[in-house]
Design a protein around this ligand. Structure first.
Ligand code: SAM
Length: 228
């Protein structure tokens, strides 16, 4: 999979060179490139923002650098998926991560200030499959951290990125429930014991216990998931 990210702070994406995603890049499973939006500015100050039409607080990202960036990054004969990071977008979920993991080219547009001139989103839909996506009901300073979170969630679903692919199927949000609690050695630690059932060797019983734990944890922490 090819992934491009456009930002005024491309250095944020250096973290993608670490750990499993770094390895996946070395193995050419993922090809990642971060681009500096200011490359597509033309004035001396490399300006990317201006005051909002209609008034109001803050600045808005100008359309011209974004349009020029997409013209260069998006191949004319292809239609990649272009993700605008925004708290006003559709929620990023495990289901969406799985859908995006099957794509061959993703482009992330990372906003700053009060966001990007909306005409950029409109215009880009002629060049790409456009999604406006939020990683949660809170506001970050910029889209870089949101894009990194999405890239990590998406890439770990690409075959070959995670060593033990089996571990993916039991995780939280895969079945619509949260995962059961996990334990490792030692069996006794600071007066706290690992639940006895996990030491019993009875696989069917362990599975039942885990299912019950999954359900009760979901009921307490995320009742909204059970309602769904
Ligand atoms: N004025 C915008 C609003 O109220 O919807 C918030 C702008 S925010 C300060 C700056 C940038 O951070 C956004 O353009 C977006 O790229 C990114 N951002 C902030 N929160 C986000 C979230 N929850 N999910 C995805 N991106 C987010």
């Amino acid at each position: 999979m090819k992934i491009d990210a456009i930002s005024i702070f491309p250095e944020f994406f250096d973290v993608l060179g670490l750990s499993l995603l770094g390895k996946a890049q070395d193995q050419k499973i993922i090809g990642f490139e971060a681009h500096d939006l200011r490359k597509w500015t033309s004035d001396r100050h490399r300006t990317v923002d201006d005051s909002p039409y209609g008034g109001g607080a803050g600045m808005v990202m100008k359309p011209e650098p974004w349009g020029d960036a997409f013209d260069e990054i998006i191949p004319k004969d292809q239609r990649p998926t272009l993700i605008f990071t925004t708290p006003a977008g559709i929620p990023f979920t495990q289901k969406l991560a799985a859908e995006l993991a099957a794509k061959s080219h993703l482009v992330f547009a990372c906003g700053r200030y009060e966001g990007i001139d909306q005409r950029v989103v409109e215009h880009a839909s002629g060049q790409a499959e456009v999604l406006e996506v939020s990683i949660g009901d809170y506001v970050l300073n910029g889209g870089e951290v949101a894009a990194i979170a999405m890239i990590e969630a998406i890439c770990r679903l690409i075959p070959g990125v995670i060593g033990n692919a089996e571990s993916l199927s039991e995780e939280s949000h895969n079945s619509g429930l949260l995962e059961y609690p996990s334990y490792t050695k030692p069996a006794s630690w600071r007066g706290l014991e690992v639940p006895e059932i996990l030491l019993s060797g009875h696989h069917a019983e362990i599975e039942k216990w885990r299912k019950d734990q999954s359900l009760s944890r979901t009921k307490v922490n995320r009742p909204d998931l059970l309602a769904e």
